[in-house]
Design a protein around this ligand. Structure first.
Ligand SMILES: NC(=O)c1ccc[n+]([C@@H]2O[C@H](COP(=O)([O-])OP(=O)(O)OC[C@H]3O[C@@H](n4cnc5c(N)ncnc54)[C@H](O)[C@@H]3O)[C@@H](O)[C@H]2O)c1
Ligand SMILES: O=P(O)(O)OC[C@H](O)CO
Length: 333
């Protein structure tokens, strides 16, 4: 039987553990908090993150990372992106030989501007052939209700991607393989920034034309960055690009979208952070995405606008005026 370790008992780690178990794997979840681990083991629930959801019996939980990691064919990482480096450094000596490391995270590291798979390769000292990424339009709450969704599993080694695809394919979860790891990861990280922009627009009371324009031009700037970094343009028209943008920018379940909405309707950054219980990756990653764009000489005006509003205190109305008064240009340049 395929054995999986899932590090992170938040919304997505728990929902993905459920997918793996439904697909026939044996799953051990690692969590920091004993109360969450006990709830999983004794009540088959995770009331803090997925209230009302009954977890399959094949999902067990532990606070001991060594117990979780032991003998795992796949080691899945589902913690906030900015905490990966420090956590993985502690877990690396515990990892099973030949385990495939799978990133569920949609962020870019602050300071280094590295993608999560790059951090994994560097810290765990494994080759890119043993690092996979899972991304796409996957709102955890819908998946935990076993509502249908598709996703992308990306790995440089297609055979590894196919093995992971088999390990997480269920009646409600349909993963496709892809070898464009850079494009898949960028799609997931930048859509969070665009979802913040769309949420802000929504909160300001702007209409559907504004939201559609942000989504489309957001995809254009994501693709520009991707091409500069060697990604395949087709990836951005797929589940990791357009697919995830549509889900995240249109759903009130999205933490990034909701975060933006609260800012747009006039809450301060501090108030917004205080009411946000879960990880909204775009809040930090907008800075590292902008950093990446500057390193690659790519113009990303929406990302720059989000950084201005979230981190530099720019009033959304001023940011809107600036964005709309940029010089006129062809749609493709
Ligand atoms: N929730 C979703 O719908 C969804 C879907 C796809 C991808 N993702 C991505 O998955 C990743 C995890 O998100 P999530 O939704 O599970 O977040 P979450 O906020 O629901 O849970 C985060 C988990 O990480 C733990 N954690 C927080 N700080 C930590 C630290 N310093 N060290 C160790 N553990 C820590 C928390 O206790 C919690 O268990 C993010 O990158 C997110 O973008 C989320
Ligand atoms: O809740 P968000 O904004 O982190 O989005 C969740 C997923 O990434 C959607 O695919």
């Amino acid at each position: 039987m395929t054995r999986c370790a899932v590090f992170g008992t938040g919304s997505w780690g728990t929902a993905f553990a459920m997918i793996l178990a439904d697909a026939g794997c044996e799953v051990t979840l690692w969590g920091r908090r004993a109360s969450v681990v006990d709830a999983v083991n004794t009540g088959r629930t995770n009331p803090d993150y997925l209230p009302g959801v009954e977890l399959p019996a094949a999902v067990r939980a532990t606070t001991d990372p060594a117990e979780a990691a032991a003998g795992a064919d796949f080691t899945v990482l589902a913690i906030p992106s900015q905490t990966l480096r420090a956590n993985l450094a502690e877990w690396t000596p515990l990892l099973a030989d030949d385990t495939v490391l799978v990133s569920l995270m949609k962020g870019v590291e602050l300071g280094t501007a590295k993608r999560m798979s790059e951090v994994v390769e560097e810290v765990a000292k494994v080759s890119a052939d043993r690092v996979a990424v899972l991304t796409g339009p996957n709102l955890a709450k819908e998946i935990a209700a076993r509502q249908p969704a598709a996703a992308v599993v990306a790995c440089r080694d297609e055979e590894v991607a196919t093995r992971l695809q088999r390990a997480c394919h269920t009646a409600y979860f349909r993963p496709y393989t892809n070898t464009d790891v850079v494009g898949c990861e960028l799609g997931g990280a930048v859509k969070n920034v665009i979802a913040l922009a769309v949420g802000i627009a929504d909160g300001m009371g702007l209409g559907d034309n504004a939201k559609a324009s942000l989504i489309t031009r957001g995809l254009a700037e994501t693709t520009r960055l991707g091409l500069a970094m060697g990604a395949d343009a087709h990836t951005f028209a797929g589940l990791a690009g357009m697919g995830d943008l549509v889900a995240t920018c249109s759903s009130p379940l999205s933490r990034n979208n909701t975060f933006g909405h609260n800012l747009g309707r006039g809450m301060s950054l501090e108030e917004t952070i205080a009411v946000t219980r879960q990880t909204a990756e775009g809040v930090k990653s907008c800075q590292s995405v902008l950093d990446l764009a500057r390193r690659h000489g790519v113009d990303m005006p929406i990302t720059e606008t989000v950084v201005g509003i979230v981190h530099e205190g720019k009033p959304p109305m001023v940011a809107l005026k600036e964005l709309m008064s940029r010089s006129a240009k062809p749609e493709r340049h």
